[in-house]
Write a protein that binds this ligand. Structure first.
Ligand SMILES: *Cc1c(COP(=O)(O)O)cnc(C)c1O
Length: 403
């Protein structure tokens, strides 16, 4: 993210759009908050003082750079040279912390005293509660009632870290409903509150802000591949897509390098042809969700269709506008993996490499079975998080499989 001036044809334009997608479809009452952010975010995040503090915390607090690990047994099995970008080794267990550290520094610079966030898997909630403790700011996290039940360890973590967790009881009681509640809070508290959005979603400038903060992932990949492969790009980058922040970070510095295939894996749930899915590009159409024009799953009269995925972090009915653009323009390859395929891929990584991945990341790994690689192709799978939070789900499947 040193190249503040670089514009790719896949990055956001001055009006906040990626091709046909993006923008800020906000209620009038939210306008001052969003405008304040839009007017200041680039100046602040590329200032020398911000960069110094951000880089310092990424290194000493998060543990970056995250390793780029050559997974030999996985490579042997799938006939390519497969690397894992180890975001699972970050403090708090996923890529989410890259974004929350950046946004809390931005919030402080804007003089904010109170932080709100939404969370699905609880990873973003934990990452937000963590940086609020670090910076001594009040923290309120909105979370769907269903997710509170299925991600209990993360709820307990947030409470330990001093955050208040508020249950969202509407709709499917998952991520989209938590996001609605957070936006409502922000409207009611415009002056002192910063809303830390957890993915490349929401009104402009959030998708761009979050992508820039997560772009440290591909920035490091370039350096690490240069060292290991003698060239700074792989042939393929694979990442799972919920809202799309880990994918945006892993793709960011390769957007204009057409030699690199960008593979985005969505959650198919029970299957893209069933009504229990979260595969937005397969099942979605153009519309507005959470103040952004993008692809989303909706009925003919524009009602949002409740998504389903075994992984709470992918259980979202839309995708960030950058991904809608990558899909429509053909720059990105969009595929999906079912619950079952992903759990199997998760177990496989445990047995082959001794790494228990997050269920979200297991979706990216499930692509390996579907792909046809050439022998010497270099493939990077972004391992977005670790599986500790998903143990209960894994164990349930494991017991079922042995019956
Ligand atoms: C939240 C989460 C995701 C999905 O979010 P993106 O914004 O699509 O990256 C993926 N993996 C893990 C481990 C997560 O916690």
């Amino acid at each position: 993210m040193s190249d503040s001036g670089t514009q790719s044809k896949y990055s956001v334009n001055k009006r906040g759009f990626y091709g046909d997608f993006g923008g800020a479809y906000i209620p009038e009452m939210l306008y001052p908050n969003v405008k304040e952010l839009e007017d200041n975010y680039l100046r602040i995040i590329y200032s020398e003082s911000f960069q110094k503090e951000f880089r310092g915390l990424l290194k000493d607090y998060v543990g970056r750079p995250s390793p780029l690990y050559h997974a030999k047994r996985l490579s042997e099995k799938y006939g390519a040279k497969i690397y894992l970008k180890r975001e699972d080794l970050n403090h708090t267990g996923a890529h989410k912390i890259n974004n929350t550290i950046g946004q809390i520094l931005l919030a402080k610079e804007l003089g904010k005293k109170r932080i709100i966030a939404e969370t699905g898997a609880g990873q973003h909630g934990v990452a937000t509660a963590t940086v609020c403790a670090l910076m001594n700011l009040e923290c309120v996290v909105y979370m769907g009632a269903v997710d509170i039940l299925r991600q209990e360890p993360n709820v307990k973590r947030m409470l330990m870290l001093g955050a208040k967790v508020v249950s969202a009881e509407s709709g499917s009681k998952t991520l989209k409903d938590a996001t609605n509640e957070a936006i409502r809070d922000w409207i009611n508290n415009p002056v002192d509150t910063h809303y830390i959005i957890g993915s490349v979603v929401g009104p402009h400038p959030y998708p761009d802000l979050v992508a820039r903060l997560q772009s440290v992932i591909s920035e490091e990949m370039m350096e690490q591949l240069q060292e290991k492969e003698g060239r700074n790009y792989p042939d393929v980058v694979v990442a799972c897509v919920g809202g799309g922040s880990n994918a945006a970070g892993a793709f960011y510095h390769y957007l204009d390098n057409e030699k690199v295939q960008l593979v985005a894996v969505e959650a198919a749930g029970h299957g893209v042809d069933t009504d229990k899915t979260a595969a937005t590009t397969a099942r979605g159409s153009e519309g507005v969700i959470h103040a952004s024009k993008t692809l989303l799953m909706q009925t003919e009269d524009g009602q949002i269709v409740e998504p389903h995925s075994i992984s709470a972090g992918l259980d979202y009915p839309g995708i960030g506008p950058i991904h809608a653009h990558l899909f429509k323009s053909g720059r990105g390859t969009f595929v999906s993996a079912t619950d079952e395929e992903s759990v199997a891929a998760g177990f496989e990584l445990c047995r082959l490499e001794g790494i228990i991945p997050a269920l979200e990341s297991a979706h990216a790994l499930a692509y390996l079975k579907k792909a046809k690689f050439k022998k010497d192709q270099v493939v990077v799978v972004n391992l977005s998080g670790r599986g500790d939070k998903d143990l209960a789900t894994y164990i349930k499947w494991f017991d079922e499989m042995r019956k």
